[in-house]
Write a protein that binds this ligand. Structure first.
Ligand SMILES: Cc1cc2nc3c(=O)[nH]c(=O)nc-3n(C[C@H](O)[C@H](O)[C@H](O)COP(=O)(O)OP(=O)(O)OC[C@H]3O[C@@H](n4cnc5c(N)ncnc54)[C@H](O)[C@@H]3O)c2cc1C
Length: 356
């Protein structure tokens, strides 16, 4: 039996690395997370929304019936353990753009697959006078948002107190891999798991995977009224985060792929918001990040094609909040008990890119 300082080295403490660490912790495995808090992180920019019915066509999110209950119980248990408010349940109000859209959406709500995610209460438009909803709207339930900065900070403090988190910038040249072990800064590990989000592209171990990163920006505004606890969604979202504060997002852009806020993106969001709400507001802040998206829009999970002690947990794309807990569990089951990963997330589907 090999002896290591830790079973796992986790590189990156976004929601991916954090969800994985909590699962390993629950399973009694030892790990060291390394993170650099001066580096950007998509999880710290994200609004943290979980929304079971997305897009113009009101499509049920992939695996929603499995992912959503699991995510809620995972974040709920962390809320208790860390004694912080992390989970904010909030319905999503989707104003119809036209009578035609109203008819299409209402016909779709008859679908038994999406029925559990639609409120069976009257249209709340009268409670939302600041929202432009001339044609009424649809209320989606089992939705809300996770306060990711609170969760990440509290998790980091918890792990640091137990010497399971180290502030460091990972440099690939510092990692020594042999068949028996992983060595980093003089410490021995059974396995390295890369959870670097967008920065996987700077890492030769996994930069052959077909990442298709997408930049996004969100705003924080102060409205001249007290807002109701409804997430408003029509092309963009307006998410109430405090009495009169809302986060508004998000944009999607590909060039340049950087972490900088732009006036163009701010203007785009403001003009969409002006069509959605009818009260004055002040712009308070703006944030930009890069989503670690993938060509087939599925996570990238699993073990390196050549090196069995090197793994990845990435590709969480636009939906890290709901994907991370469920697939962190799947990755643990795979690494510890040899349980097969869902082939749609297993990086095996791309091994031909590595060997070509
Ligand atoms: C504008 C915007 C809005 C979004 N809104 C939502 C939303 O409402 N709901 C939702 O579910 N998702 C949303 N997302 C997507 C979400 O942010 C991602 O799915 C998720 O955060 C990815 O998590 P991650 O841990 O894989 O990556 P990251 O959060 O980027 O974490 C990777 C971490 O690794 C660290 N790291 C990388 N390299 C190194 C190194 N060499 N040394 C040390 N540390 C390193 C990084 O600094 C970072 O902290 C949004 C994204 C954006 C940009």
């Amino acid at each position: 039996m090999q002896q290591f300082d830790y079973d796992y080295l986790i590189i990156g403490q976004g929601i991916g690395g954090t969800a994985l660490a909590w699962h390993l912790h629950e399973l009694g495995k030892s790990f060291l997370i390394i993170g650099d808090s001066s580096m950007p992180s998509s999880s710290r920019v994200a609004a943290g929304i979980f929304n079971p019915l997305t897009g113009k066509k009101l499509v049920k999110t992939w695996l929603a019936d499995d992912l959503f209950p699991y995510a809620k119980s995972f974040y709920g248990s962390l809320e208790e353990k860390l004694d912080r408010k992390i989970v904010h349940l909030a319905p999503i109000y989707r104003p119809f753009r036209s009578i035609a859209e109203q008819n299409t959406y209402l016909a779709q709500t008859a679908d038994p697959a999406i029925l559990p995610y639609i409120a069976n209460t009257p249209d709340p438009r009268n409670d939302l006078p600041y929202v432009n909803a001339d044609f009424g709207g649809l209320e989606v339930v089992q939705s809300g948002w996770i306060d990711l900065p609170v969760l990440l900070d509290a998790s980091r403090a918890y792990f640091r107190n137990q010497n399971l988190y180290q502030e460091a910038t990972f440099a690939p040249a510092d990692l020594v891999r042999t068949e028996e072990r992983i060595e980093w800064h003089g410490q021995q590990f059974g396995m390295a798991v890369f959870c670097q989000g967008f920065f996987a592209l700077e890492n030769d171990w996994f930069n052959w995977l077909p990442f298709t990163p997408v930049k996004g920006q969100i705003l924080e505004i102060a409205a001249d009224i007290t807002v109701k606890p409804y997430i408003i969604n029509q092309g963009i979202f307006a998410l109430p985060v405090a009495e009169n504060r809302m986060k508004v997002g998000a944009t999607y852009s590909w060039d340049p792929l950087d972490w900088k806020v732009t006036e163009g993106a701010t203007g785009e969001l403001k003009s969409k918001l002006d069509g959605l709400i009818n009260v004055p507001y002040t712009l308070k802040d703006a944030f930009a990040g890069i989503r670690p998206s993938v060509r087939d829009r599925r996570p990238l999970v699993g073990v390196h094609p050549e090196f069995p002690n090197v793994s990845i947990f990435n590709g969480l794309g636009t939906k890290g909040v709901t994907l991370a807990p469920f697939f962190a569990k799947e990755l643990c089951n795979h690494l510890i008990d040899g349980k097969e990963l869902n082939p749609l997330v297993n990086i095996k589907r791309y091994f031909s890119l590595y060997f070509r």
